[in-house]
Design a protein around this ligand. Structure first.
Ligand SMILES: Cc1ncc(COP(=O)(O)O)c(C=O)c1O
Ligand SMILES: N[C@@H](CCOP(=O)(O)O)C(=O)O
Length: 417
């Protein structure tokens, strides 16, 4: 696990032991002088770096801010977020046939997805920068989180959504939390291109996962999984399986593990294998892994019922591909039917997730069937968003309501049929 070294020296103007470094050319930048999303020299992705990396003993409290020692600030605009359940799923575990299977349900965050972890940190940075408008492109969840956290902070929010391709619950959230919603005649990747241009023009502060501080919040998923799993099993999971869209979580979890290794709190051999899952109709990361590419090829035409991961140009690919390879993981594409089936299976065991989230389960099943995942592995599947985010998908995947007369005897008769 040597790619993307964390070693760099702070620039002169580094604030309180934190700075930004380009993952391509190594240039370092002061973090809070002005909004910066990419390297001014080579356009590479930026990553937050710290003077010191904490060990588990440095963490205290609950939720995202438990990990303040690994974040750029002590606290932030919080609703609060993180501290999500690591569900047991005994029937699914037996069916898949692994040593242990847990489901880390990020749908239990305040706005119903993992984006809240990134937003609590990202909006804190926005306050530090003194910006007056926050913006994002979104397949839905980022917009809901941005609207809620921006609203809480009292800052104007603007979201660009691919018209007709965002689940109803997410649009409702962004609307009610007060975001200005622009529906764009184009896919998510086109929306992100426009928002990035607006941000570069100084029209808004961009809070997609291109923003390195979003990923600082999201890396706490990795810390939390390791701590909770260790507490229950006295060992770390072998593998973490996660849905991949813009590839922010893959990059963030990899960073969490590299930081712990750097701090001497985790052996390289203990780092879980990061295993990404995409829908067949939007699988540029899988293509890049299978073909040994250093970056993804942009897919112009993407389609999947898992609208949250309907993404053809994962902005974090250059961070996430080394994460998958460097941990000995892999990536796999799954059919929409397998995603829906996995969503139903999880729901029947009490865990309600949106379709994109269920991709992790569908991917695990596929990798077990192919023998890529062994039966003696400890696995954690990440489920990223709540079932109610996409009520239409849930209704379509679930049982149909049965109309009955307003009469007890008739209902008993109906139940006996
Ligand atoms: C519910 C859900 N799952 C998974 C993803 C993919 O996560 P990432 O972009 O971090 O790969 C997203 C958004 O991209 C999402 O909204
Ligand atoms: N699924 C995402 C897509 C944008 O991802 P981001 O992590 O880069 O903000 C969404 O919910 O919009």
């Amino acid at each position: 696990m040597t790619e993307l070294s964390l070693g760099s020296s702070p620039p002169e103007a580094a604030a309180d032991g934190v700075w930004l470094a380009c993952i391509e050319c190594g240039r370092t930048l002061a973090p809070f002088d002005e909004p910066t999303y990419r390297c001014p020299d080579c356009d590479g992705l930026l990553e937050a770096r710290y003077e010191e990396y904490p060990t588990f003993e440095d963490f205290s409290g609950r939720g995202v801010w438990r990990y303040a020692a690994a974040l750029p600030f002590e606290s932030g605009v919080s609703l609060p977020e993180g501290d999500t359940p690591l569900h047991e799923v005994p029937r699914l575990e037996a069916d898949v046939g692994v040593r242990s299977l847990r489901v880390k349900h990020e749908g239990m965050n305040p706005t119903g997805s993992f984006k809240d972890r990134g937003m609590t940190v990202g909006v804190r940075v926005a306050q530090e920068l003194g910006v007056d408008r926050l913006a994002c492109a979104s397949t839905g969840n980022t917009s809901a989180a941005l609207a809620a956290y921006g609203g809480r902070a009292g800052v104007e929010t603007l979201v660009l959504l691919p018209a007709g391709k965002v689940a109803a619950g997410k649009v409702a959230q962004a609307a009610l939390h007060g975001a200005r919603i622009l529906e764009v005649d184009g896919n998510f990747d086109a929306c992100l291109d426009v928002v990035a241009e607006l941000a570069n023009m100084g029209e808004a502060y961009l809070l997609n996962s291109l923003n390195p501080f979003r990923l600082e919040g999201q890396k706490t998923i990795g810390f939390e999984i390791l701590e909770s799993f260790l507490a229950e099993y006295d060992r770390y999971p072998d593998r973490i399986v996660l849905p991949v869209g813009n590839a922010g979580n893959t990059a963030a979890l990899y960073k969490a593990f590299r930081e712990l290794v750097e701090a001497g709190a985790l052996d390289e051999a203990e780092v879980p294998m990061l295993t990404g899952v995409q829908a067949e109709g939007a699988a540029p990361m899988v293509e890049a892994i299978e073909e040994g590419l250093d970056d993804t090829r942009r897919w112009e035409d993407v389609e999947t019922r898992a609208t949250a991961i309907r993404i053809g140009n994962p902005v974090n690919a250059r961070k996430a591909l080394p994460g998958i390879r460097g941990t000995g993981g892999t990536a796999v594409a799954v059919a929409d039917e397998a995603i829906v089936d996995a969503q139903r299976t999880l729901a029947e065991e009490g865990v309600g997730v949106e379709p994109a989230s269920a991709a992790s389960i569908a991917g695990l099943r596929k990798l077990r069937e192919s023998g890529t995942v062994d039966d003696d592995e400890d696995v954690v599947c990440l489920t990223t968003g709540h079932l109610l985010k996409d009520p239409d998908a849930a209704a379509a995947a679930g049982r149909d309501p049965e109309p009955v007369p307003n009469d007890t005897e008739a209902i008993l008769g109906h139940l006996a049929e």
